[in-house]
Design a protein around this ligand. Structure first.
Ligand code: HGY
Ligand code: MN
Ligand code: MN
Length: 412
């Protein structure tokens, strides 16, 4: 009975499309719902309506995480992800994991199945971290990785404060933090990279997440006239930022895959064509599956920054925005994802995640793993992000059967 269950792909596609209308980026399939903005609130309200329509118990905690649980007792088998997006977001990043979780619950309800352990689906606040750093903020607080008070005080790239924004959008909840640990956690997510497509594999059984290091750098120089200031007399922070961006790329190429390095944000002040900048504020995102190599990349970047800034007569201040070590998921749960995929006739491969995910936080408190579906051309954090309905259906079916298997696991 349970083994021939499958999700309703049209219902899932319909919800993905409806949610993507909120913050829709004109002329694209993508959407922009930065964390705790009005668009995020509207998306939250819509998903909460779907949760209550399914008769689920909906809880909101102090950092705005929303978790919907089937009635009953005992720690649930939990799934979920995020519905906040980057500014150039696609409709699948995070949203797929939340809406597929809803779809899984609606599927077993329609089949009259009550799993031995109840299911829960959640969306976690500010997974992207691009407005308020660090990323995975909500799930980090949920598992006790950051005190709530510290999280509520975080100010964003626009000067807004997390706690004030949560109050403003009506999602400063009262459910306890840290939150209760689920029995297990499994997250469905698009791969956001090229591997599954290149190898023509339908499912990724994700066995871990690479380490993440985000740093904000402020370089202070001397604003000056672009025409009259001889090159030898400049203190140009714009040059230091550009040299660092170039060095980051060369460093990643030298260290080789899976090392990546990105200078994604550069703000010059006063940012004018004929003015040598006074300040340059930029971010560097370094990642690697190996902690020692990640630390080496941080060390070498810091040395280059220091050397280049002082040679240019500039001063530097750095601020850590996020720092998470590599995470290994529970092999037993990865095995279940792998066998669920094979039993359903899908090709599957074990692989690490290049992107951060809420699941990496739940791995701290319960047996956890992830399910990946392919991203066409490996594109994500881009409105052109796309995954075919067949692959979405495959991923959601693997999620369904993985959760059923976890629900029926003998109590250890
Ligand atoms: O940055 C990340 O890896 C994730 O998208 N927050
Ligand atoms: Mn995501
Ligand atoms: Mn993302």
């Amino acid at each position: 009975m349970e083994h021939d269950l499958s999700i309703n792909i049209d219902r899932l596609l319909g919800r993905l499309a409806e949610l993507a209308e909120i913050g829709a980026i004109e002329g694209t399939e993508g959407c922009a719902r930065l964390a705790l903005t009005d668009e995020d609130k509207a998306g939250r309200d819509l998903v909460v309506t779907w949760m209550t329509d399914l008769g689920l118990e909906v809880s909101v905690d102090g950092i705005g995480n929303v978790i919907a649980t089937m009635p009953g007792e005992g720690p649930p088998v939990m799934t979920g992800s995020h519905i906040d997006t980057v500014r150039t977001g696609g409709r699948y990043d995070g949203n797929l994991g939340v809406l597929a979780g809803l779809e899984v619950i609606e599927t077993i309800q329609a089949a009259g199945i009550t799993p031995a352990r109840r299911f829960a689906v959640g969306f976690f606040t500010d997974e992207e971290g691009s407005r308020f750093a660090p990323d995975m903020l909500g799930s980090l607080v949920y598992v006790g990785g950051m005190p709530l008070e510290e999280a509520l005080d975080i100010s964003g790239i626009d000067g807004a404060i997390v706690g004030e924004e949560l109050e403003r959008i009506g999602y400063a909840g009262s459910a306890p933090l840290p939150g209760p640990s689920p029995h297990s956690f499994v997250e469905l997510h698009i791969e956001q990279g090229p591997v599954l497509e290149i190898e023509d594999v339908t499912i990724g059984a994700v066995d871990g997440v690479q380490g993440i290091s985000w740093t904000e750098v402020e370089v202070v120089g001397q604003s000056n006239h672009a025409g009259t200031t001889p090159m030898g007399l400049r203190k140009d922070p714009g040059f230091v930022a550009a040299a660092c961006a170039n060095f980051a790329r060369e460093l990643a190429l030298e260290l080789g895959d899976p090392q990546v390095a990105t200078v994604g944000r550069i703000d010059l002040h006063p940012n004018l064509v004929n003015v040598v900048a006074a300040t340059a504020t930029f971010t560097v995102d370094l990642r690697n599956t190996d902690e020692a190599t990640l630390q080496e990349s941080e060390q070498r970047f810091a040395e280059f920054l220091e050397k280049t800034a002082s040679a240019e007569g500039c001063t530097v201040e750095t601020r850590t925005l996020a720092r998470f070590e590599p995470v290994i998921f529970d092999p037993a749960v990865v095995d279940i994802v792998e066998s669920a995929s094979s039993n359903l006739g899908y090709s599957v491969k074990r692989m690490p995640s290049g992107a951060g995910h809420d699941a990496q936080m739940f791995a701290r408190v319960c047996p956890t793993a992830m399910v990946f579906t392919p991203s066409v051309n490996g594109i994500s954090h881009n409105p052109a992000e796309y995954t075919s309905p067949e692959d979405l259906e495959a991923g959601a079916n693997v999620l369904l059967h993985t959760m059923l298997a976890l629900a029926n696991l003998e109590t250890t």
